[in-house]
Design a protein. Sequence first.
Length: 125
Amino acid sequence: MIHTFSLAFTDDENTSATVYTSTQSGDGQTNVDVLIPSGQSNYPVAVNIDISEVKGVLINSDIDATLLFKYGGATIQTMVFSGNKPLLWQAGFPNTNPITGDFTGIIVSSATADMKLKAFFLQNV
């Protein structure tokens, strides 16, 4: 499996667009594509991730949302997303994986509109 991020940059002075591309390979992936009805609080999304296997992450919510990464009943961490401001990470980036531990599910709380949650986890399993 290969996941490629392409990020285009432009500014308000019409500078030529610069495109940055990063590619990562792995031997498996886990993907999430969920439509969450409006006004949901504590909406469960089943996904089982061993963080030591993860080589790349993309998570996006199309509206503002709070995601709790859970391992059983324990909260591993909480992330607040602004609409269409994705979390992007690949092995080799200058920062560590922003997801700090294994999880067995994500609990989502969203605002007053239907929400599309998409997540892609590239793994070496």
